[in-house]
Design a protein around this ligand. Sequence first.
Ligand code: ZN
Length: 312
Amino acid sequence: MRPGQKLKQQRPLRPVQLALLALLLSLPLQARALPPFADVHVHYKWNQEELTSAGQAIQVLQENNTVLALVIGTPAEHALKLQQLAPQRIIPVWSPYQAPGDWSTWAFDRTVLERARKALDSGHWHGIGELHLISGFTPAWETPVISGLMKLAIEHDIPVLLHTEYSRTQHLDALCRSHPGLKIIWAHAGAILEPAQVDEVMSACPAVWTELSARDPWRYVDTPITDTDGRLLPEWRQLIERYPDRFLVGSDPVWPVERLDSWDQADSGWQQYDRFLDFHRTWLKALPPELEEKLRLTNALGLFGKDAATEQ
Ligand SMILES: [Zn+2]
């Protein structure tokens, strides 16, 4: 209102106005009525904590009805801060990364295996990741740190969350064939691969679960999984229908998206959490209800031995 503008004479509200008001007041409650979601790719990093306390992060998950969140801390212990506040909701994943840039050098760090062994023996961790295997940065998987971590994951019967970026599938294919029994959660569905290539890996490796985090309008924009209206592309839909029990969804809340772990800027990914989940909920809704529920919730619950009934 501008100064000098006159107020209309106040009149009692009519029923229709009252109904509208009640609707507006009930919006937060409606948000909580969102269908439950299992988010298999969540970060809680040192430069996110600057903006978002552990308590606030849990609140964001509650508001989005994220009933299960696979959390990667940087450093790893950050994930436990969230888990302490919401033990039923948080699945902490052990990460070898301790500092910015470790995504590109971790496979050369000879302390990783010993740290991993100690961490996993504590019983706090239910996965290993996110491990970046990136063309031009990562050595061959046969090197001791990578293959050693895969063996530890098998030993503890926990999945590894792998982020691969190769234009071909041979790398992951060879890694999974060489580690029978290794459960792999494949981040971003191979990031830059075509659906046909993702299919190759999934048919060769029955213990690969493919997750679609960061495959949204803000990341991997050259390899979208949806059209500009947010509808799943037919070739992705066909792939999901071929492996209905092995697709998962996640948010990967990092922001701004074009910079990875910068020193001089806090990461406001948690402030963008709703945006990521809303995008995924939209394309999921167009799937047949049974398939939608698998991707949104039950595939992830099953992978971590949880029961849908107790989570809702
Ligand atoms: Zn990530």
